[in-house]
Structures are given as C-alpha cells and as structure tokens.
Design a protein around this ligand. Structure first.
Ligand code: NDP
Length: 352
C-alpha cells in the first residue's frame, strides 16, 4: 500500500510502498480517508522536532487523520464506522500510569511516543491499525472534516486548562486575543468567536486569505508590525484570554501584558531556543498583583477529542470550505507540503 513519510538523511516527504498492516485482536484496521498537514509536520520534516521509530530509518508521517473501520477484530467497533485516531501511545516497553488513567496528553515525552511525529509511524498511508481505545467515533456526516478533530482537540484542551486555572472565582471572559493567523490560530478564532470578541494577531499585508477568513468570523485583525502584543490594551482593549499559536518565544512573555486583570494566557507554540531580555520583576509583579495566569498545553486526551468531534457539528460548513484550502490526492501529495499552502492542507486517500 502507499504511505507518505520521510527517510533518514532526506529533506522532503516521499511516497513509499509498505505492507498493509494486520490488526491484532483488540486492534482495528482503518481505511484512511484524509490526513491533514500542520506546522508540526513541517518541523518533523526539517528535523527540528520528533524522530524515527527505534531502529528504523523511516517515519510514516501524519497525525491528523480520519478513516473508516474495515476490520474491527474483537472490538466494539463495526465495519463502516468513521473514526479519528488519537496521537499518543505508551513508550515501547508497555503502558504507564498516564495511559492507564486515559490521560495520554499529560505524559512527559519520555513516557510516550507520538504517531507520525516522534517514535511511531503515523496515519499517512492507505490503511492503519490502532488499538480501539485510541479511536474516537466521528458521525459519518462529518467524515470529510474529521481529520480536523485532532487540531481542534489541542485547542479544546488548552481552553480547558485556561478555564480550570480560573475556576476558583467568577470568570466570564468577554475578549480574547489569538496570537497567530496560521492553521491553529484560525481554528482558535473559529472556536472563540461565537462566544466573545476576538482579536487575531499576524504579520501579513492585505489582501490575505487568512485575514479575510478571520474577518468573516467577525474577529479583528491586529498587525503585529504596527501593534505588538504589549500594545493591544492601549490600541484596542485588555483581553481576558490569550491563545498563543505563533511559536514566537517573546509572545510567552508579552501575552501577560495584553491580559486584563484575572486573565489567562494559554501557550501552544513550540519554539526553538531563543534568548530575550525581559524585565522579570515587572513580569512577576504583574502576574501576582493582577491574578494573571499562564498555562502551557500540548496534545489532547479523549475528553478533548470528543469535544472536538462535537465542534465539527457546530462550526459552520462555509468555514471548513474556506479553511481547508489545499486538498490533494495521494499522487500529488508534494503539494500538501509545499510553501504555497494557503491556509490548511490535507492529503486525500479515499472517500467514504
Ligand atoms: P503555522 O506556522 O501555520 O502558523 C504560525 C502563524 O504565526 C503564522 O501565520 C505566522 O505568520 C504567525 N507568526 C509567527 N511569528 C509571528 C510573529 N512574531 N508575529 C505575528 N505572527 C507571527 O503553525 P500552526 O498554526 O500549525 O501552529 C502554531 C504553533 O503551534 C506552532 O509552533 C506549532 O508547532 C504549535 N503546535 C502546538 C501544538 C500543541 O499541542 N501544543 C499542536 C500543534 C501545533 P506568517 O505565516 O505570516 O509567517
């Protein structure tokens, strides 16, 4: 069967011919429909993040997937069920407390592998297998966009952690600032805009499809070159919530400047090393005197995946059509990884 992945020493994804996997009892064989591409895939391809499975020179990519069950083996799934897979699995050597508690997203990197990212093959192949507990059902009506459950689940978790950090008092957020108008930032805008006034920060000139999309969601575009994060309160207003999706390290610090008293910033970006000069005293005092919080968040657990699948139903259909700008068949897979992706790319292996 066809699979898309990277090889040791290579600098771009390639098409491989690999054996179709055989599901063991308790596993499910899934026929892949679509697999999304995100910033993490680009970091893996560049060698900046993740790694190959132990003793292998090749990694099948893909961690945002949707497919159809073709062999449920001994599980409760039925042939024809539409599913989306969770990304994390226990490290080789067996399960651990995080997975036994169904909290894979809280495992430190040493206690897990991530399919398609770090230490385990992904889902970018015609078929894949998975143990049943790592598969989340998707209504067939949402099969086309089911691969977006994974990135949405990442946001559901970050918002869950943000809300939890404010749960000891009455916190009714009315304003949010999303940092980044990339694939993850625009999804955050789509989730938050029905509930509050949203600003979204980027660094692009108009006309630009990401700015058009965020404005269609009733969000306000903030050009970071004119209004850096710390100036948002004076140029616009202080915000109750920041969602950082740029990977720019200075935003981890500056997001606190944009917060109103009692606000929270949820950080999602995965930056490389960068040294900054920071007034640590002012940063520290601002957090304490204004009851502000900063939470970091990675990956997502089953609760967040289920919430993400529910979101597929509530987000407007026009959003998906405009958000997934580059849907390509397997024989043109290179286009999904190229520099010309407009907003969001995905590879289509099959249809329901
Ligand atoms: P993208 O690269 O698609 O988007 C990043 C966006 O941020 C781009 O639009 C970029 O603008 C913008 N940006 C970067 N730096 C600045 C800046 N200094 N000022 C203004 N805008 C800026 O990545 P994704 O949306 O896929 O992911 C966002 C981040 O989240 C990445 O770091 C990724 O690794 C991380 N991530 C984290 C996950 C988690 O579980 N925590 C899961 C998935 C992703 P432009 O395009 O104009 O350069």
């Amino acid at each position: 069967m066809r699979a898309i992945g990277i090889e040791s020493g290579g600098d771009r994804p390639r098409l491989f011919d690999v054996d179709r996997p055989e599901p063991a009892p308790g596993e499910v064989l899934v026929r892949t429909l679509r697999v999304g591409v995100d910033g993490t895939d680009h970091e893996v391809i560049a060698g900046d993040h993740g790694g190959f499975p132990a003793d292998e020179e090749r990694l099948v990519l893909g961690h945002e997937a949707v497919g159809v069950v073709v062999d449920p083996t001994t599980t409760d799934f039925e042939r024809g069920d539409v599913v989306t897979p969770m990304v994390r699995r226990p490290s080789p050597g067996g399960t651990n407390a995080y997975f036994e508690r169904a909290e894979p997203d809280m495992a430190p990197p040493s206690a897990c592998v991530e399919r398609g990212i770090d230490g385990a093959h992904g889902f970018m192949s015609e078929y894949f297998t998975s143990p049943a507990p790592f598969l989340i059902p998707v209504p067939e009506a949402h099969a086309a966009w089911g691969f977006l459950a994974e990135p949405i689940s990442v946001l559901e978790k970050a918002l869950d952690l943000a809300r939890a950090s404010r749960s000891s008092f009455t916190w009714e957020p009315e304003t949010a600032l999303v940092l980044g108008n990339g694939a993850l930032g625009l999804l955050a805008v789509a989730l938050l805009a029905p509930e509050m006034d949203v600003y979204c920060l980027g660094r692009r000139d108009r006309p630009d499809p990401t700015i058009d999309l965020l404005e269609s969601l009733d969000a306000t575009y903030v050009d970071a070159r004119e209004t850096p994060v710390g100036k948002v309160p004076t140029a616009h207003e202080p915000v109750d919530l920041v969602v950082e999706a740029t990977g720019a390290p200075r935003h981890a610090v500056e997001s606190v400047d944009a917060l109103a008293p009692n606000g929270v910033a949820a950080l999602l970006g995965l930056p490389g090393s960068q040294e900054l000069t920071v007034d640590a005293g002012r940063f520290h005092e601002d957090l304490v005197m204004h009851n502000k919080a900063v939470v970091g968040s990675v990956n997502a657990g089953p609760t967040h995946f289920h919430a993400a699948v529910d979101r597929l139903e509530t987000l407007p259909a026009w959003f998906f059509d405009r958000y997934v700008t580059d849907l390509v068949p397997v024989d043109r897979f290179e286009a999904a990884f190229g520099p010309d992706t407009t907003i969001k790319a995905a590879v289509e292996f099959d249809t329901v």
